[in-house]
Design a protein around this ligand. Sequence first.
Ligand code: SAM
Ligand code: SF4
Length: 335
Amino acid sequence: MAPQLIDPFARAVTYLRVSVTDRCDFRCVYCMSEDMTFLPRRDLLTLEELDRMCSTFIDLGVEKLRITGGEPLVRKGIMTFFNAMTRHLDSGALKELTLTTNGSQLTRFAPQLYAAGLRRVNVSLDTLDQAKFARVTRWGRLPQVLRGIDAARAAGLRVKINAVALQGFNEDELFSLTEWCAREDMDLTWIEVMPMGDMGETDRIGQYWPLSDVRTQLATRYTVTELDHRTGGPARYVRLQETGQQIGFITPLSHNFCETCNRVRLTCTGELYLCLGQEDMADLRAPLRDHPATDAPLIEAIHNAVGLKPQGHDFDYSRQQPDGQMSRHMSHTGG
Ligand code: SAM
Ligand code: SF4
């Protein structure tokens, strides 16, 4: 199907990231405060509404769906939604259905996710040290996540590890994390910490660690080859010749990745964010809820929203706040 969602800068929107809940069983210090207030249930899109919303985007040419949160696997009944999306994989309209998770629930869900048609999952993990893991996630326990990763791989899912680079926290694990991923045949992507939500406590646990430095340090031990392929997202990739591993770098602060951006983000309340680093959004819940019998108003709202997709973000020279800091949490927009 030809993409139908073309923004004013001639970029086709073919990738939808969907946050299915703002709740989480962890409280990572760079993502949430410990006493988060969550949204009232009535504000959330129901599983049926999520199905209708995603199916409409797929009808409009979206080929890749990434489910995120909060922690998507703590959303009650979430497998009903994944199972509903299988029909779009079967029809060929959807090329990939995937998930970003903290891994805590994978022992339970991995086989069902594979059966629903998922083939790859991203698991977020910043450290292999149990005490540090408990500190950074506050409520998370490392062995549970490691068991989840094992379960995912046993079910046939390919696992990619996402690690947030935090100076003074996991700098000393650059090589141990790299070697662990190489041994387990998992790709690894480093994410620069972004100024989202209330970052107060982050200062105490770790700070912005530029990925240019991660790369320089990798090059002291490995032969690092730049890879051409881009995903339309903020990641760049290199290959480590000695291990064959692919290492990704997501650098929203130090690189502008906007020119090839193919994605939009839907929150669990039905707001469509056109750009991770801008406040512009469109409410899609009203056109969906107010018109149960027809999708026409929703389709019009989606077209209108994509017509407003900004050229790029400006974390560095924001018009919102002096340092470009965003007021909303990552768990709201979905990472
Ligand atoms: N709970 C799931 C997880 O942790 O993978 C999915 C949602 S989480 C918001 C998605 C990703 O965003 C995670 O990889 C997390 O590390 C990342 N993230 C959260 N807050 C961030 C921040 N302030 N800067 C950079 N990455 C962040
Ligand atoms: Fe939860 Fe993911 Fe945010 Fe951590 S990063 S608090 S696991 S949503």
